[in-house]
Design a protein around this ligand. Structure first.
Ligand code: DC
Length: 217
């Protein structure tokens, strides 16, 4: 049985950087589940489909291949890693993530990888729905302001020019949609360990998680 380490939490809590570092430290495969939702969202936008055309979106998702290679996402064999982080994808991805059929397709992709490899998986529903029997579960949290500050750096370094207030508003809206959707809402698994990342550097968070993992072995 392969080992699964689940890292959940809201947008901007630091999951990606931390999950990648944990995967590197343990030589596990890193799965960024958000990038799977982003890749489908990107394809929907590219195809010109209406965001309300649920059947069309499901068909499009069924006819897509999404893979990871060198921590990058490939959609239908094309590297879309930077394209899926755009503001337009940011503002539409929560709508795609509400569609249960799309979630099922994305769940299968993740479970198939974990059949072959030890994995660190980051997302919103990893410890609750995708891998409820994961060996280790962590739930990262941070204040909206701290998360917005981190997202702002990421967005503005790729050429955008947002204010902190705008990003705080986007993050709060996404939190509400992600936490209140009917299928697999953002929720801490009962057996997940909460890691508050406010005011902590990446190294501290990574070490806290590795310490927890090692103390269970
Ligand atoms: O982690 P992220 O910001 O890249 O995620 C993008 C969106 O995908 C996020 O708004 C919610 C959704 N998502 C989800 O519903 N379930 C996951 N396991 C991961 C992401």
């Amino acid at each position: 049985m392969n080992v699964v380490i689940a890292i959940d939490g809201p947008a901007g809590a630091g999951k990606s950087t931390v999950a990648k570092r944990i995967a590197d430290a343990l030589s596990y495969f890193y799965i960024d589940s958000g990038s799977l939702f982003r890749a489908i969202t990107f394809k929907v936008i590219q195809s010109g489909l209406d965001m309300n055309d649920i059947n069309g979106i499901i068909k499009l998702a069924e006819n897509s291949t999404i893979d990871f290679s060198n921590n990058k996402v490939f959609l239908d064999s094309i590297d879309v890693n930077s394209k899926i982080r755009s503001a337009i994808v940011n503002s539409n991805v929560s709508h795609i993530a509400k569609i249960s059929e799309v979630r099922d397709i994305i769940a299968d992709i993740q479970r198939n990888i974990a059949l072959k490899k030890n994995v660190v998986v980051e997302g919103r529903d990893i410890g609750t729905t995708i891998f409820p029997n994961a060996a280790f579960k962590f739930f990262l949290v941070a204040s909206v302001e701290e998360r917005a500050r981190r997202r702002l750096l990421e967005l503005n370094s790729s050429g955008s020019n947002y204010s902190l207030e705008e990003v705080m508003e986007q993050i709060s809206k996404r939190d509400i949609i992600d936490s209140n959707r009917a299928v697999s809402p953002l929720r801490k698994a009962e057996d997940a360990i909460i890691i508050d990342t406010d005011g902590k550097c990446i190294d501290d968070v990574v070490n806290e998680i590795l310490f927890n993992i090692k103390s269970f072995n």
